[in-house]
Design a protein. Structure first.
Length: 76
């Protein structure tokens, strides 16, 4: 009876060890994916701000930019 319990405990510990290793590997992949996604989001955000500033300069100021935007959206 004791041998059976020891074997069952060993099997449970072994499966927990394997599960822990899989979770740790998955966590490392998740960290890498989160870093890549954050970096891409930051790059896109920086590009959007640069385009907005370029549009402000091209339009001749914030009021002209707003007027041009409203004209473009309304189609008039």
């Amino acid at each position: 009876m004791k041998n059976t319990n020891i074997n069952e405990n060993a099997r449970v510990r072994g499966s927990q060890a394997q599960t822990g290793a899989r979770v740790q590997t998955g966590t490392e992949v998740s960290k890498g994916a989160m870093i890549a996604t954050g970096a891409l989001g930051s790059l896109i955000g920086t590009w959007a701000v640069a385009c907005f500033i370029g549009g402000l300069f091209a339009a001749g100021g914030p009021l002209a930019f707003a007027k041009s935007w409203i004209t473009a959206v309304s189609g008039m």
